[in-house]
Ligand binder design. Structure first.
Ligand SMILES: Cc1cc2nc3c(=O)[nH]c(=O)nc-3n(C[C@H](O)[C@H](O)[C@H](O)COP(=O)(O)OP(=O)(O)OC[C@H]3O[C@@H](n4cnc5c(N)ncnc54)[C@H](O)[C@@H]3O)c2cc1C
Length: 155
């Protein structure tokens, strides 16, 4: 980690949203495919779009690769960090923004858990059909990236 890149990350994020100590990075060293592990340079946990933009700008300027991460339940190593890279966790983008029951439409942030959508629309007699068995933990961003689903997709 170069001092100038670290300074750029510190300018982009509050201290609570930037992990750089090895012990703090360790939980992010792998996803569900735990045969492969790599501690990244840093983990960023932004909470706003502006913070995401600032992190990505800093990474681009300094030529640092970025790996996005939802809940880290993937089984294909997609969220496996790079040794010289940053993990961009979208876990704090966990709000359901709008539910339009008449049109069967929900607008959600990418870190929302799959099951949280079914829980939120249950009062309307609805559920979110793609149901990976990791649905209690996995995020919609990860679901989209991995084309995830379960038995209700087949139905
Ligand atoms: C016990 C268990 C059961 C499972 N059952 C199923 C199942 O039934 N069906 C199934 O399909 N899968 C299943 N999986 C696999 C896994 O849960 C899914 O692939 C899930 O969609 C991953 O979501 P995640 O939020 O954990 O993503 P992560 O593992 O964090 O990331 C997965 C990929 O998505 C990318 N990504 C994540 N968020 C974003 C974002 N916001 N923007 C851009 N890219 C992003 C990452 O870079 C990575 O490439 C299971 C896994 C476990 C551990």
């Amino acid at each position: 980690m170069t001092p100038s890149f670290l300074a750029a990350l510190r300018a982009a994020l509050p201290a609570s949203a930037l992990l750089i100590e090895t012990e703090a990075l360790r939980p992010y060293e792998c996803d569900g495919l735990s045969a492969y592990r790599q501690v990244p340079l840093a983990v960023c946990l932004p909470e706003t779009i502006e913070q995401v933009q600032a992190v990505l700008h800093a990474c681009r300027v300094h030529g640092v690769p970025v790996v996005a991460r939802g809940a880290g339940t993937g089984l294909s190593g997609g969220a496996l960090p790079l040794a010289d890279g940053v993990v961009l966790s979208l876990a704090r983008f966990n709000r359901i923004l709008a539910i339009d029951a008449d049109n069967r439409l929900a607008r959600v942030q990418p870190g929302v858990r799959n099951l949280a959508i079914s829980e939120a629309v249950a009062p309307y007699g609805l559920y979110y059909a793609p149901d990976p068995s990791s649905q209690i933990a996995c995020s919609i961003g990860g679901n989209v990236a991995e084309n995830s689903g379960g038995v209700h997709c087949l139905k």
